[in-house]
Design a protein around this ligand. Structure first.
Ligand code: NAD
Length: 520
């Protein structure tokens, strides 16, 4: 297990340790040191010094480095998943998904960045452009800050850092203080085993270190809560640097009367409980049409009751969901359930911490819920699923949109046209039809939140690389004239000629073009 990080290469005088404990067992599994402001500055300077060479080698060579990183992850697959599992308390199945996502993201960016970054020729328009050649190129921000939460110790870092690396930026990353070990190990290996240039570094710590990162970079990619996202955006605005924000969600599932209930309940359970509900795009509320509500709830209860909870042995795939990542998150889940019950909801399954060691909360189904309850309005980020009966699709759409969040949503109906019609009225960045969570992992289309769920988007084909770049326009001459016609001195003959040509080119009818009709 790593106990050293990048910071220890240029250590603070008195490094403060962060001890990392496994949420499922409480055991100490490693530690990293907090990077103070000066250290963050020093690391940023090193990254800036190395970035021009990284940009200069071009996307194909950068892709080769990224693919070596991918191979290193595969060679260390079991060890990395085990480390991610032990610092997050996940089931082995959930922890394994992290590497699947990481592989896809690295492979996609390594193989497509050249195409995305290709210089673009643009057709000239207008009088001043008549003799010009126009090109637009993408040049990376020199240093991108990547600040991430704890729910995906490998995947989230990779999702947010790799597009920037492929663009040619250097990346200063700060993983969550709750799960710093796996990414610290990945960035160590980037330098020491993969042989990557020193353009990727990891600093550790909490809010202060995150703030220090925002203060030294040229662009911020932040994933985390809406509350912190607002702070990051405010800080970035003060520094006039761009930021891209992937924030919280309260994703809804709409089950219409003609849905395939067996498939819909299977999806609802996985969509709500995967990673113990600690996924930004988790299904956090379900609206079911009256005619199938009872059938839906009966099947849902059956499926949730059979879930196996616990942190299984590495490689075992013996449990479905693991622990919560922190005691604070566990308290939020508990509070939402207690609030719902106090306001009249019924717990159909679970509803409490199990009688065992570790930060577990039982997979929970809540019925008879309404929008006065916290569990329907605020992000729970836990293994709970409130289900609400609705009388029509119109009522479902109104309730889905009655939220400050708009990350993703899912609509279920065998009549795809009907599902599409409902989907078109939902305020969310991505919509799955007859599926859950899938839309967020499609790298070639945007994944981004509306309303308080974000700013910009994470993926989206070329955008996933270009968002880390500044556009640079290059204007050159196709025809080299000794001087441009409008340069000094002002000449009446040139002025009159310019007015005539302007009229000829831009007027919308012949009378105007020929100057036969003057408009006051
Ligand atoms: P958080 O906002 O508390 O912390 C996220 C990161 O920001 C951590 O690394 C933290 O140390 C750092 N941080 C805290 N204060 C900061 C500040 N003032 N300036 C800079 N950095 C600061 O979030 P969390 O509790 O770690 O994660 C859970 C949240 O993340 C949930 O709301 C979830 O929905 C969200 N999330 C969103 C997505 C998405 O793609 N939309 C993905 C995963 C998680």
């Amino acid at each position: 297990m790593p106990s050293a990080d990048f910071v220890n290469n240029s250590p603070d005088a008195n490094p403060r340790p962060i001890d990392v404990r496994c949420p499922a067992t409480g055991k100490l599994i490693g530690s990293v040191s907090v990077a103070e402001h000066e250290t963050v500055l020093a690391v940023a300077r090193q990254l800036r010094a190395a970035q021009p060479a990284w940009e200069a080698i071009g996307p194909t060579a950068r892709g080769r480095h990224l693919l070596r990183f991918l191979d290193w992850m595969l060679d260390n697959e079991h060890r990395l998943i085990a480390l991610a599992q032990s610092e997050s308390g996940k089931s082995w199945a959930d922890a394994s998904m992290e590497l699947v996502v990481a592989m896809e993201v690295i492979d996609y960016h390594a193989k497509h960045a050249s195409e995305f970054l290709a210089e673009r020729r643009v057709r000239p328009h207008g009088l001043t452009a008549a003799t010009k050649k126009l090109r637009v190129r993408a040049r990376p921000h020199q240093l991108v800050g990547v600040v991430t939460p704890w729910n995906g110790p490998i995947a989230t870092q990779v999702m947010d850092a790799v597009g920037a690396l492929a663009a040619g930026a250097a990346v200063l990353s700060k993983p969550s203080e709750l799960t710093p070990l796996t990414w610290t190990e990945c960035t160590r290996a980037w330098r020491e085993e993969v042989g990557g240039p020193p353009i990727l570094a990891c600093v550790n710590g909490g809010a202060d270190t995150g703030t220090a990162v925002v203060d030294v970079v040229d662009m911020v990619m932040f994933t985390g809560s809406t509350r912190t996202g607002r702070r990051v955006a405010t800080r970035a605005a003060e520094r006039l640097i761009p930021c891209s924000l992937e924030l919280g969600g309260k994703d809804a599932m709409v089950v219409l009367g003609d849905a395939d209930i067996d498939r819909a309940t299977g999806a609802a359970v996985w969509g709500a409980m995967m990673n113990s509900g600690q996924v930004c795009i988790s299904i956090e509320r379900v609206y079911v049409e009256d005619s199938v509500y009872d059938q839906f709830v009966t099947k849902l209860v059956e499926k949730v009751s059979s879930l196996r909870q616990g942190m299984d042995a590495p490689g075992a795939f013996a449990t479905d969901l693991g622990a919560m990542a922190s005691a604070a998150q566990l308290q939020i889940v508990e509070q939402h359930v207690q609030d719902a019950v106090a306001r009249g909801a019924r717990v159909l399954v679970g509803g409490k911490r199990p009688d065992r060691t570790g930060l577990f909360f039982e997979p929970t189904i809540l019925a008879d819920v309404n929008h006065s309850m916290m569990c329907m309005r605020e992000e729970t980020f836990g293994p709970t699923l409130p289900v609400m009966r609705v009388t029509s699709e119109t009522e479902a759409i109104r309730l889905v949109n009655d939220s400050q969040y708009g990350l993703s949503a899912s609509v279920w109906s065998k009549d795809v046209q009907r599902a599409e019609r409902v989907a078109a009225q939902i305020e969310a960045g991505t919509i799955d039809i007859n599926n859950v969570l899938m839309s967020a992992f499609q790298l070639s289309v945007p994944m981004g939140g509306w309303k308080s769920s974000g700013l910009g988007s994470r993926f989206g084909g070329a955008d996933s690389v270009l968002k880390y770049c500044r556009r640079q326009t290059v204007v050159s001459d196709r025809l080299r004239l000794p001087a441009e016609p409008h340069w000094y001195p002002a000449r009446p003959r040139v002025g009159r000629m310019q007015a005539r040509v302007m009229r000829l080119v831009h007027a919308t009818d012949w009378r105007r073009r020929l100057g036969l009709k003057r408009v006051r």
